[in-house]
Design a protein around this ligand. Structure first.
Ligand code: NZQ
Ligand code: ZN
Length: 389
């Protein structure tokens, strides 16, 4: 096991009705005037935004607003938000939504305090050292941004989707998590969220670090719970406990606890971010295509951990590593199919794949080589993209 330093400072307030505590929680982190950030309509339609505003008013918190954040959020909304925060002397942000809204709020929180252009953080010119405090009201369990120090933004002009990771600066101060708020999600979004949280665990699980049985078992247990509860939600989308377990799993998948003491991978995410940037595909749906393709290639390069995944997560009973690995990937794909997730680039609507461009964009954004489990060079990467057909 490698040395590590781990702190997950976010306060998670979980359960039915907890959104009514939002104003009190904003007060407790010392904010007086915040910017409320939300998406294109779901939180307004459900009445959540009105409840959150009422809670802020009760606590005497002033607020300004930025709405209309899209999935795969873009730099233009970040710049708009930074201008508002500076003009209105905002001292904190409240994101009401999922990964796209939270990541936009994080970029604004860092950009408002920075003298240059916020994209400097994403293109590697600057490192986020400070940010306005952020609170979250989570409406979709998926990206895990409510507990992560990460933010992912797409630069529309450059067609580049870049993820940054900070240890603490961008971790939300609190996350309000009411599983009932996810009842309005279409099944396709619930399913994409499940694929994304599984991917967050698997990016940590497929590690070359030896002697990490505790985190291996933590990862396997979470994956098994997600698979069980995911199946329940296909049968009964209104099951509260399944919603609650999926929501909490999504946070544990990505708040860092599964990665302690081990080197992480993040190739499938890089492969997917190229597709999101070019085709605006839903992140979790893209991962359902990208991750099995990466695993298939790894089965030929380094099958041991892929085989362990098959045996321990999908109960594969095969001795030979390569065969156990392939059977595990088959069962993972069957699970994704059960969730009605796409399995190929064609299913994602990508009918004109330019594998050379995908490969060069991947290495432009991630560097060469990329990956710890098995380092990827362009010749490897292109084969993985071709395996997505
Ligand atoms: O815009 P609205 O109308 O709110 O609709 C949203 C959006 O269309 C809808 N939605 C959210 N909650 C809902 C709801 N619809 C009905 N009822 C509700 N309760 O769902 C759609 C997707 O929302 P989005 O925020 O995009 O989903 P998600 O949480 O999956 O976030 C995806 C983004 O997060 C990034 C992804 O790359 C992608 O850009 N990621 C962020 C990470 C991080 N910061 O740590 C890590 C991840 O790996 C990921 O890359
Ligand atoms: Zn993800």
């Amino acid at each position: 096991m490698d040395n590590f330093s781990y702190q997950s400072p976010t306060r998670y307030v979980f359960g039915k009705g907890v959104e009514n505590q939002t104003g009190k929680l904003v007060n407790e982190i010392g904010c007086k005037k915040i910017m409320l950030v939300y998406g294109r309509g779901s939180a307004v339609k459900s009445g959540l935004i009105d409840r959150v505003k009422a809670s802020l008013a009760d606590a005497g918190i002033k607020f300004t607003e930025l709405s209309g954040i899209c999935p795969n959020p873009t730099d233009d909304k970040v710049r708009e938000g930074i201008d508002i925060c500076r003009a209105e002397n905002v001292d904190g942000l409240l994101a009401v939504g999922g990964g796209s809204v939270i990541d936009t709020a994080k970029a604004i929180a860092a950009g408002t305090l920075y003298n240059g252009d916020f994209w400097d953080f994403y293109c590697g010119k600057a490192i986020v050292k400070d940010a306005l405090p952020i609170g979250v009201v989570l409406t979709i369990p998926a990206a895990g941004s409510e507990g992560s120090g990460n933010s992912v933004i797409t630069n529309s002009a450059l067609k580049q989707k870049i993820s940054i990771r900070t240890d603490y600066a961008l971790r939300p101060k609190f996350a309000v998590m009411n599983p009932e708020l996810t009842l309005t999600l279409p099944m396709s979004q619930t399913a994409a969220g499940i694929a994304d949280m599984m991917a967050h665990i698997m990016e940590r699980y497929f590690s070359p670090t030896e002697g990490v049985e505790t985190t291996d078992r933590l990862c396997e247990g979470l994956l098994k719970a997600i698979i069980t509860e995911g199946r329940t939600l296909v049968e009964n989308p209104d099951n509260y406990d399944a919603r609650a377990n999926i929501m909490w799993s999504g946070t544990l998948a990505h708040n860092g606890i599964c990665g302690c003491g081990r080197r992480e991978e993040w190739s499938a995410h890089g492969l997917e971010h190229v597709l999101s940037a070019l085709y605006d595909v839903t992140h979790g749906a893209g991962l359902a295509v990208a991750f099995p393709a990466w695993m298939t290639y790894m089965t030929h390069k380094n099958p041991s951990k892929i085989a362990q995944f098959g045996r321990r997560v999908f109960d594969v009973d095969i001795e030979n590593d390569r065969e156990a690995a392939m059977e595990g990937i088959k069962r993972l794909r069957e699970f994704f199919k059960y969730l009605s997730l796409p399995l190929t680039l064609g299913d994602l609507g990508i009918t004109d794949p330019d594998f050379g461009k995908f490969t060069s964009d991947f290495h432009r954004d991630k560097g060469t080589p990329w990956g710890n489990y098995y380092p990827l060079y362009p010749s490897d990467t292109e084969i993985i993209y071709r395996l997505m057909q």
